[in-house]
Design a protein. Structure first.
Length: 77
């Protein structure tokens, strides 16, 4: 994924995802956070890439992921 000037892309490992509903839910709840410009959910890989205007707030992302019923296990390498 190419980076656009002025944006930061961060990939997180998320457990508990299994279907298209999971993808849609996480795209919606993470996308509602301030500064988030794009969300790419890869269910099979267990990864969520968040593109934002500045460095993302890991705690805020973890909170909405948890509230949606999934677990953010950390940033992917």
């Amino acid at each position: 994924m190419a980076s656009t000037v002025g944006t930061v892309s961060t990939t997180y490992a998320v457990s508990g995802m299994s279907c298209g509903h999971c993808e849609a839910t996480l795209t919606r709840v993470i996308g509602e956070l301030d500064g988030v410009t794009a969300v790419d959910v890869r269910v099979a890989a267990g990864l969520v890439t968040v593109t934002s205007a500045a460095e993302p707030d890991d705690a805020a992302i973890a909170e909405v992921v948890d509230e949606a019923g999934y677990e953010l296990t950390g940033r992917a390498a």
